[in-house]
Write a protein that binds this ligand. Structure first.
Ligand SMILES: C[S@@+](CC[C@H](N)C(=O)[O-])C[C@H]1O[C@@H](n2cnc3c(N)ncnc32)[C@H](O)[C@@H]1O
Length: 224
């Protein structure tokens, strides 16, 4: 397993007997994130992949509100895959598929999407708080896969802290960036301009930037 995953359930928060993990950030950010996603997803149908789902809590929240959308959570960490599956079972929603094992550093993600047992024409890819807590090649793989699988009207949504033209948008983000790089020199808050290059290489373009609470943003990419 890659060494750069972030483990939930190690901060003293209780882990449910069935493996459901709880992320503190989920409770703060799921409503504002949904308020943005809803504008695009409302009254649409199709398949949405969540990359780096972590606990699996976001996908349950979103799937409850979108019965016509099939959600495909994913991760590469065993405990997280177990937690996602446990949240899926707990929710009992028909529109959440079992979690896919997607390692975003593998630009060919993922086997199910090649052998036909997974989705291939995606309405959206959603990815929250992953690319700054991972090496740059995770961002590269995320954009490469989104470029491959998004349908013509599809969107890649990225949530997290971002830099603009080399500058942090808040002091707290600069402090966070330093702490990330101290943990792993390959981690760090990403610059929108660098992401733009990945998008461009895959025929995607930044369509919308939404300022979010706590100095986060949502970046929405679509086909050029
Ligand atoms: C900080 S957590 C965010 C989880 C969730 N999206 C959220 O917002 O609560 C980062 C997640 O990215 C996953 N991750 C890290 N590297 C990855 C990779 N190469 N491929 C797929 N997922 C990865 C970790 O396992 C972890 O679940």
């Amino acid at each position: 397993m890659a060494e750069f995953v972030v483990e939930f359930g190690k901060d003293g928060r209780p882990v449910e007997a069935d493996g459901r993990l709880d992320a503190a950030a989920f409770h703060r950010n799921h409503a504002p994130i949904w308020a943005v996603l809803e504008k695009f997803l409302a009254r649409k149908s199709g398949d949405v992949v969540e990359a780096g789902s972590g606990t699996g809590q976001h996908v349950v929240h979103f799937a409850t509100r979108t019965p016509d959308i099939t959600w495909w959570p994913s991760d590469l960490n065993e405990r997280h895959l177990k937690s996602i599956e446990a949240w899926r079972t707990h929710a009992g929603l028909p529109n959440i598929r079992p979690p896919l094992r997607i390692d975003l550093t593998d630009p060919a993600w993922c086997p199910e999407m090649h052998d036909g047992s997974g989705p291939t024409e995606l309405l959206a890819v959603f990815c929250a708080n992953v690319i700054h807590i991972a090496p740059w090649r995770v961002a590269e793989g995320l954009f490469a896969g989104a470029a491959r699988y998004l349908r013509s009207d599809g969107r890649l949504f990225l949530y997290g802290p971002f830099k603009r033209e080399g500058k942090h948008t808040a002091l707290s983000n600069a402090v966070f960036d330093t702490s990330l790089r101290e943990q792993d020199p390959e981690w760090g808050v990403r610059d929108i301009a660098d992401l733009e290059k990945l998008a461009e290489a895959g025929g995607l373009a930044l369509i919308e930037t939404v300022e979010m609470p706590a100095n986060n943003m949502i970046l929405a990419y679509g086909r050029r």
